[in-house]
Design a protein around this ligand. Structure first.
Ligand SMILES: *Cc1c(COP(=O)(O)O)cnc(C)c1O
Length: 399
């Protein structure tokens, strides 16, 4: 049996040819393939606008900048996420305030967030960064209501959840990142995620003003749009003139170079065509794990209320909790099965401990961390491989 990782990209001949085609074209970056990828992704997610960037962390940083996060701004997020969900606030000088997770879904617990908000005068907090952890969609309808009550913005970290959704109170499907509820949503195209571009990320929104800000911030804060220029044509030309010269551009904000390349966008565009198929396969794998473990005492899976043919869960990860996590992890490793842990609670990373967070702050997240393990989950995993994984896990837990 070949080594079985917890996650892995699936690159086809078609993907490779799409990249080669762009490599032979005039544009390696800032070309038409980026726009094509953005349009296709926005359509897939059901959002009006999409801005492709160099990675998911850059997407988070730009989102925080576009929402004007400043020194001392307090923003709430979950401790059970990749550190970047919190770090983006620190990049802008803001202060991260963690709130505990729900015991069964492992998502940021809205009741805990409510308590935080109620305990301080309105205006204390600026925003919330909920995470569609493992691919399970956060109830953005509930978070939107709460955010509106307190005048907060929402950045949805949807890195785990392209194609994921929840059902709102009208019975409508709300796809993660569709721009209807969160102000901005962000995605990553790291190879372990659903769509791989090597490095890459995307921000989606329905807000035109934020979209325009993001476009500018992605490329140094520079604009080439005549209608937006602040200096006069006369200044721009260096002589009397009514029109701006061809070379002219303006840097209007402190932006970055967070661009993605056209050949990465070509890979993304090609990968996107298979996204639905990949998601279907992920759901299939999850159902098989569900069935294999449902009667095994000692294994708890992440709660997902919707268990019809399409579960709403995008299954970036399949997470279980077991008593002897270290034992199981090592046992699986000896069998060439490389499970992983998601995540070491962010508030207990040395960097965040320095900001005053400590053990005992979030008992549910901390208890979860002691028992959690992410099992192999990727579309190209074969039935044979999954059977082997299941057999080994059950062997271990029953011994
Ligand atoms: C992967 C990931 C990121 C960061 O994405 P990169 O593309 O690796 O920078 C942020 N948040 C979550 C939840 C992620 O899983």
């Amino acid at each position: 049996m070949n080594p079985i990782p917890y996650g892995k990209q699936h690159i086809t001949e078609e993907d490779i040819n799409a990249v080669i085609e762009v490599l032979k074209s005039d544009y390696l970056t800032q070309g038409p393939t980026i726009l094509a990828f953005e349009h296709a992704f926005a359509q897939y997610i059901g959002a009006k606008y999409a801005v492709a960037v160099s990675n998911g962390t850059a997407a988070l940083h730009l989102a925080a900048l576009a929402l004007d996060v400043k020194d001392g701004d307090k923003v709430i997020t979950t401790p059970i996420t990749f550190a970047a969900s919190a770090n983006c606030i620190r990049y802008c000088g803001g202060e991260v305030v963690f709130a505990d997770i729900d015991e069964e879904t492992y998502l940021l617990d809205i009741e805990k967030v409510k308590k935080l908000l109620e305990a301080s005068p309105k205006g204390t907090y600026k925003g919330i960064v909920p995470v569609d952890f493992a691919g399970k969609a956060v109830d953005q309808e509930a978070f939107r209501e709460l955010a509106d009550e307190y005048g907060l913005w929402i950045i949805e970290d949807a890195c785990h959840a392209p194609g994921g959704f929840f059902i709102d109170r009208n019975g409508d499907k709300q796809l993660c990142g569709n721009g209807k509820l969160a102000d901005l949503s962000i995605f990553s195209f790291h190879p372990v995620k659903h769509i791989a571009t090597g490095e890459g990320g995307m921000i989606t929104t329905d807000n035109e003003e934020l979209y325009k800000k993001l476009i500018k911030l992605r490329t140094h804060g520079i604009t080439r749009e005549t209608s937006l220029f602040e200096n006069t044509p006369e200044f721009a030309c260096g002589t009397e003139s009514e029109v701006y010269p061809g070379w002219y551009m303006e840097m209007q904000a402190l932006g970055y170079n967070y661009r993605i390349t056209d050949f990465q966008a070509a890979l993304g565009l090609s990968q996107l065509k298979k996204a639905d198929k990949g998601l279907q396969r992920r759901v299939e794998i999850a159902r098989k794990y569900d069935n294999a473990f449902k009667d095994v005492a000692g294994i708890t899976s992440q709660l997902n209320e919707l268990t019809n043919e399409h579960s709403g869960h995008a299954y970036h990860l399949y997470v279980i909790q077991v008593e002897n996590r270290l034992g199981l992890y090592n046992y699986l490793k000896d069998q060439q099965i490389f499970a992983q842990v998601h995540y070491i609670p962010t508030h207990l990373m040395p960097y965040y401990r320095e900001q005053g967070w400590k053990e005992g702050d979030f008992p549910i997240a901390e208890a979860y961390y002691k028992r959690c393990l992410s099992l192999p989950m990727y579309p190209s995993m074969t039935d044979e491989q999954q059977n082997y994984v299941i057999e080994k896990i059950i062997n271990f837990v029953n011994s």
